[in-house]
Design a binder for this molecule. Structure first.
Ligand SMILES: C[S@@+](CC[C@H](N)C(=O)[O-])C[C@H]1O[C@@H](n2cnc3c(N)ncnc32)[C@H](O)[C@@H]1O
Length: 420
């Protein structure tokens, strides 16, 4: 049997040349229950403006819905011409990484050009099928996708693959078309209705079941709005669908933002799962390896390793934090946990230990500078402050006085804020 994906490749190569229609029809969706459809529009002009001339074939805004944390590792399933890759890359920043996978050569080529013109070097394109993602297990923090999963002939497999490559606790946030009412078999078999993101769509119940079957939890469908299709707006992708069939599709197809997550890992316990100890001179190469991988400055040559606390299991470094003391103040630095051990409570324990130790020594003014961990540090009792509030001697001694003020957020520990 011919692979429907070959048909879809041909359709999207052509659609890219014409650049006139998006996957789910380029007319605005009709709001459900009289609500005003706001962000969830097909081929929205704001999406187009955001990424210049990049053609969008999507049906929503997964990047905007995802609240991307800087430093995240992200995969876009069916990345098309690269608009969402570029937006995600800007949000995750240089410490993060964005992969885009697509099966259509011309889409990959267009995305490559767009990424190059945007001057981004944290985006990597993968040629392949979303049913067989060429990435290792537990690799990513976030999976996004925009109007693609409905096109797959094996959506269960796609969702299992998405689950496999997400790390425990990782998030799945995609825009996709969904069916609000069953379609006649005749239309289900129409290849153009399929490649137009219509007849391959799942009902919300089917989507939920496949996500659960893959292992996902916390499943939500947000912003579900019916799409209005018409013959004129569907010239390329719906060319083989007649007027009567288009009317059947009308109000049966909606776009939705589908959110789910991979269950979080068990927290690791200090004492049972790992130990904490001060660093030694011989740890410096391993420490610098972790700092480099985390895009953090390497350990200064003249620093006392004793002021670095390490989390270790069987001689494997699971995390680290450094601190610098100046009078009654301290500056935290170099908090790093390898990606495979994140979200297991190690960073929290390291911060708590250092703050406890400083407090025993009557040091209560604890500061830090961060480019990527502002939200995380807020959960640990830190609050953003003005740069001038950090004693200059601390910044000078740490060498951080030269850190770019516009990209570094300054924070101070407020004990009352720390509930944990
Ligand atoms: C409707 S377009 C969406 C493109 C992009 N996400 C956007 O928002 O503009 C679908 C894209 O998914 C790709 N695609 C469809 N099915 C695929 C599959 N099974 N594996 C990999 N890519 C696929 C197509 O080549 C096309 O680029």
């Amino acid at each position: 049997m011919k692979d429907i994906r070959d048909y879809i490749k041909g359709k999207y190569s052509l659609a890219l040349k014409i650049k006139s229609s998006c996957g789910c029809g380029n007319s605005a969706p009709v709001p459900l229950s009289g609500e005003k459809a706001s962000s969830n529009r097909c081929c929205s002009s704001s999406a187009a403006q955001d990424s210049g001339e990049i053609p969008s074939f999507g049906c929503g805004f997964p990047v905007e819905s995802a609240e991307i944390i800087p430093g995240s590792r992200i995969l876009d399933l069916g990345s098309g011409a690269g608009g969402d890759l570029i937006r995600a890359s800007r949000k995750t920043g240089p410490a993060g990484k964005v992969y885009g996978i697509d099966m259509t050569d011309s889409m990959l080529e267009t995305a490559r050009r767009n990424i190059e013109s945007a001057g981004l070097d944290n985006v990597e394109l993968l040629k392949g099928y979303i049913e067989e993602i060429p990435l290792e297990n537990d690799r990513l923090d976030l999976i996004i996708s925009n109007c693609v999963i409905n096109l797959s002939p094996d959506k269960g497999k796609v969702l299992k693959e998405a689950y496999r490559v997400l790390r425990p606790g990782g998030r799945f946030i995609v825009a996709d078309t969904v069916l609000l009412k069953p379609l006649p078999d005749k239309l289900k078999e129409n290849l153009d209705a399929w490649s137009g993101c219509a007849s391959g769509a799942l009902s919300l119940k089917e989507y939920q079941e496949l996500l659960e079957g893959a292992g996902f939890q916390d499943i939500h469908f947000d912003e579900t709005h019916p799409l209005m299709l018409d013959a004129q707006s569907s010239q390329v992708l719906f060319s083989g669908v007649n007027q009567e069939e288009l009317e059947l599709l009308d109000m049966a197809i909606a776009s939705s933002i589908i959110k789910a997550s991979k269950p979080a890992p068990e927290p690791m316990k200090e004492g049972t799962d790992y130990i904490l100890r001060n660093a030694r001179i011989e740890d410096i190469p391993t420490i610098n390896q972790l700092l480099g991988d985390s895009m953090l400055p390497l350990m200064p040559k003249d620093v006392n390793p004793d002021s670095f606390l390490l989390a270790e299991k069987d001689e494997t470094l699971l995390g680290m934090i450094g601190y610098l003391i100046e009078g009654n103040s301290a500056l935290l630095r170099s908090l790093a946990v390898p990606w495979e051990y994140r979200n297991r409570g190690i960073g929290h324990t390291l911060i708590k230990k250092v703050i406890g130790k400083l407090s025993e020594n009557q040091i209560h003014d604890v500061y830090l500078l961060t480019q990527t961990a502002r939200k995380y540090m807020e959960t640990k009792g830190f609050m953003e402050i003005k740069r001038e509030e950090i004693p200059h001697s601390l910044l000078r001694d740490s060498g951080l006085d030269k850190a770019c003020p516009s990209s570094s957020i300054c924070m101070k520990y407020i004990p009352a804020k720390n509930q944990e």
